[in-house]
Design a protein around this ligand. Structure first.
Ligand SMILES: [Ca+2]
Ligand SMILES: [Ca+2]
Length: 333
């Protein structure tokens, strides 16, 4: 299937994955490219055009490239080693080279010969090379292999919406991510205002196997495409007693708080906020009463509080209809 996607877009219905772009050729506004008899015809559709893309020639594109290899599984999260299978589009005519260290595969990279086992977290990049070392695009797959990773299977998680929260939350696990897509909130007191210490009851997604988590490091990645509050609760004994790290873009803060029944106490805060659409890597180090939060490797907030020593974790959102969480882990010590 061909169409206009900035430039000439191409989607292989057999492979059923991602749009490919042929830069430099842009189908006209009134006439498309035409797949005909093994060629892709791009007629001149520039009459009357005023933009910078008029293509004042007829062209025929002939297939000549090398397709990227397929990766199976195509990434994912696992507590056990994962066996990976790579497959070239034309195995007799192409060889596959791959890397696990983030480098782009070249003809000097290790050659794939048989399925192999990943025993630790890695980004796999693979490419097929045809005759004359012609290279395909790079196929990329993200693998998290870690015995302390929390599996995101729905049966290990439970949803809790604060009493009076509207609308009901909408949590789901898709492609290794936990997402929440409802603008769930309770409009309590000063919640709508900018104060970092205002309580903002929303929705929690509790991990049900971690009530004995004590000291160690909680880590996860968070993205929000809305601009309201998102965060993570920890040392949670129940939905009235926990610590909470949270950030808000519209109100421009990050904060650590303690929910203690009717008392909601701000422990510390800054004015960092977040950028909607950006992924953040968050680490919470817990050592006795010391709580230190790192965001993208930089210390974000730190405090001491002795009220809770153990408990599970929960993902949190308030008034936020576009949050994603991934790579949720707890490493005990
Ligand atoms: Ca908002
Ligand atoms: Ca919102």
């Amino acid at each position: 299937m061909v169409f206009r996607s900035a430039t000439l877009g191409y989607f292989d219905l057999d492979l059923n994955r991602g749009t490919e772009e042929f830069g430099g050729i842009r189908p006209g506004c009134w006439i498309n490219v035409l797949p005909v008899g093994g060629l892709v015809l791009a007629p001149d559709g520039a009459a009357g055009c005023v933009c910078s893309y008029p293509n004042q020639a007829w062209m025929a594109l002939r297939p000549d490239g090398v397709r990227p290899p397929t990766v199976q599984p195509a990434g994912g999260t696992s507590q056990q080693p994962v066996t990976v299978i790579l497959q070239a589009h034309r195995p007799q005519a192409e060889e596959i080279r791959y890397t696990l260290d983030g480098a782009t595969p070249t003809t000097g990279s290790p050659r794939y010969r048989e399925p192999f086992t990943l025993t630790r977290t890695a980004v796999l990049q693979a490419r097929s090379f045809g005759a004359d070392h012609r290279a395909s695009r790079v196929a990329t797959a993200h693998f998290v292999v870690d015995s302390s990773v929390l599996l995101l299977d729905p049966e290990h998680w439970r949803t809790w919406d604060a009493p009076g929260a509207n609308p009901a939350s909408a949590w789901a696990a898709i492609n290794g991510e936990i997402i929440q897509t409802a603008n769930t909130l309770v409009n309590l007191g000063q919640a709508m205002g900018p104060a970092p210490g205002a309580e903002r009851p929303g929705t929690l997604r509790l991990y049900e196997r971690g009530f004995d988590f004590r000291n160690g490091e909680l880590s996860l990645e968070i993205q929000s495409t809305d601009n309201d509050t998102v965060g993570v609760a920890f040392r949670l004994a129940d939905t009235e007693h926990y610590y909470l790290w949270l950030m808000d873009s519209e109100r421009g803060f990050r904060a650590l708080a303690a929910k203690d029944g009717a008392n909601y106490a701000l422990l510390t805060a800054n004015q960092e906020g977040y950028v909607p659409g950006q992924w953040y890597e968050v680490r919470v180090r817990l050592e006795g009463p010391r709580i230190a939060v790192y965001v993208d490797g930089v210390k974000d907030l730190e405090c001491e509080d002795a009220r809770y020593v153990a408990g599970t974790l929960a993902l949190y959102a308030w008034g936020n209809s576009g949050v994603k969480f991934r790579k949720v882990m707890f490493r005990g010590k």
